[in-house]
Design a protein. Structure first.
Lengths: 320, 261
């Protein structure tokens, strides 16, 4: 069942012990905060509601649609959970999902679970929420604006999770950053579109049938905190990468320093997939990818903004 | 799509099944930690660790190769490490025919070591969940200071994954009954199919939300006051301590071998 198109569940053996334990420490700290926040939000409903919704995300990941050549698109769910329940509750829901997948189905390792929780739970929830909430503010009110924002948020959530995974693999010396980062970012830029479409479909249905459910999610705690937390987490990730810790695993980031000539040909496939992903002016592949991802994010958000804005205008025109 | 959801627990009568879940959890984590921390190219140590895993599987009455065979599930991820043999500097041992990419010796050693580490570590997880019921693992987690609310949430989730997965499967079956595969120009667009999948997810969410409300009310009427209590309790007996000690010794052998060399 879990032959998913999203290779984000890191098994044990791919992350070095130090990296794994750091991941667990960060994940546990965030889980403790999330437990307090959702307790405030839900009171004693916390356990039954979070438990059933975690089971829901687990089951929803089975609902797929065929894409091409035997692959199919399905949901990761972090962004959807964050939109309907708020980012802190989504963090807990995704934590439970990942714990279950690791404990019961060996989908993702036990020692690596800290990072799996961060990648697929925390980063997706907060990135999805931050993208959704900021676009909502930019576009303004209206049902269409919510759908556009949901799409952009879901796309961003997958991208952030994938990029974080590439960094962790590089830190552990199991996959050189200049190969892993473009590959992960390239593939997940496409997978993210699927996530965006499914999330939009789900949010659209909820908006028509139970609008009060979505409004409850928007009033959940952590609205203002989402962008802030995401910023902090990304900063921590960058610091971790640039810190001496990186050189503690000697063959981590720099063991591919040579072989530039080879690299260009090795990186060909992901770039061909998305030809506009290389900026010819910049030499360094990692920097190129980061710039390309930023650019891609801007494009997705700008498109979502235009679509949402246009829809809102039309609605206003109809009213007046 | 085939949705095969079966519990990983395999009931057997064995000494390992009867062990305190805390012992099994700690030993599995120690085994994974030992494996993951083992340096590249320690083939003898990897071999010994594999023998330990086979011995545990055999003592669990699952058949010695139970976990060994199932460990392939983590293999797709090895794609992530595929660039290593090509990108790591060192003497070239083999050149790929058509494209002319060179495989370096240290890169190959590192790649194989990652493969072996993953293969071994996954076996520990498989054995843990095959010999220990999930509620027992959760109990062990809560005793070992994992936040109790989180453990309760996971425990709750465990009760409902099978129900909601059934619900999802029914929806998928209904979809394929209503919409046989259309080919040619009449085939609906990907975007449309994706949106339909999203709507199914949305309606599954509503059903789940309503179910959680019913569950909560049922719990209230049975005296729930915000705390989930567990009836299970294990006590560490002599056999449990002995098993912990033995596992420690077994894991110390490959580590010692690695240090001596």
């Amino acid at each position: 069942m879990h032959l998913s198109g999203t290779p984000l569940h890191i098994p044990d053996g791919f992350l070095s012990p130090v990296v794994s334990i750091i991941g667990w420490a960060i994940a546990l700290a965030i889980i403790v905060i999330a437990l307090r926040q959702t307790r405030l939000q839900l009171g004693e409903r916390q356990v039954p509601l979070m438990g059933v919704l975690a089971a829901f995300i687990f089951a929803a990941q089975a609902i797929n649609f065929p894409i091409a050549a035997g692959t199919s698109g399905h949901l990761l769910g972090g962004a959807l959970a964050a939109i309907v329940m708020g980012p802190w509750a989504a963090t807990l829901i995704m934590t439970a999902v990942i714990a279950m997948q690791g404990l019961l189905f060996q989908d993702g390792g036990l020692l690596a679970m800290g990072w799996n929780i961060l990648n697929m739970g925390v980063f997706t929830a907060f990135a999805g929420y931050a993208g959704y909430a900021s676009l909502r503010r930019l576009i303004g009110e209206g049902p269409r604006s919510r759908l556009a924002a949901a799409f952009a948020g879901a796309w961003l959530s997958v991208m952030v999770g994938a990029i974080a995974t590439a960094f962790e693999l590089a830190l552990s010396g199991t996959s050189p950053l200049r190969a892993a980062l473009p590959a992960m970012a390239g593939v997940h830029a496409l997978i993210g579109l699927g996530e965006g479409i499914i999330t939009t479909g789900a949010v659209g249905l909820l908006e028509v049938t139970r609008p009060e459910v979505i409004r409850a999610g928007e009033e959940a705690p952590g609205r203002l905190g989402a962008a802030f937390t995401l910023g902090g987490l990304s900063l921590a990730l960058v610091v971790a990468v640039l810190s001496p810790l990186a050189s503690a695993s000697p063959d981590g980031l720099e063991f591919v320093a040579e072989r530039q000539g080879f690299l260009r040909s090795a990186l060909e496939p992901p770039f061909k997939l998305l030809p506009d992903y290389t900026l010819p002016l910049v030499r360094n592949e990692v920097l190129t990818t980061i710039l390309a991802v930023l650019l891609g994010t801007l494009v997705v958000f700008a498109l979502a903004w235009l679509v949402g804005r246009g829809a809102v205008r039309r609605e206003h025109a109809r009213e007046s | 799509m085939h949705f095969d959801l079966t519990d990983a627990y395999r009931p057997r009568k064995s000494a390992i099944h009867r062990l305190d879940p805390r012992v099994k959890l700690v030993v599995a984590l120690l085994y994974i930690l030992t494996t993951v921390a083992m340096p590249d190219g320690e083939w003898e140590a990897f071999g010994l660790l594999q023998i330990v895993a086979l011995a545990f599987a055999w003592r669990s009455n699952l058949g010695p190769f139970y976990a060994f065979r199932r460990a392939f599930i983590a293999l797709p991820f090895i794609l992530a490490a595929l660039p290593i043999p090509f990108l790591m500097p060192g003497p070239t041992v083999w050149t790929m025919p058509v494209v002319g990419w060179g495989v370096s010796a240290p890169g190959l050693v590192r790649f194989l070591s990652i493969l072996l580490r993953t293969w071994l570590a996954v076996q520990a997880g498989i054995l843990l969940s095959a010999t220990t019921r999930l509620p027992e693992i959760l109990w062990a987690l809560s005793v070992l200071r994992v936040p109790a609310t989180l453990v309760s949430i996971i425990g709750f989730m465990y009760r409902y994954i099978f129900i909601l997965a059934d619900e999802a499967v029914r929806m998928l079956r209904a979809r394929s009954a209503r919409s046989p595969k259309a080919t040619g120009p009449s085939r609906p667009s990907l975007l449309w199919q994706g949106r339909m999948a999203g709507m199914m997810v949305g309606s599954l969410f509503l059903r789940s939300l309503e179910r959680s409300e019913r569950v909560y009310e049922a719990m209230l009427s049975r005296g729930y006051a915000g705390q989930v209590r567990m009836l299970q309790a294990f006590h560490m007996g002599r056999g449990d301590w002995l098993a912990l000690l033995m596992a420690g010794v077994l894991l110390a052998v490959p580590v010692g071998l690695m240090l001596i060399r």
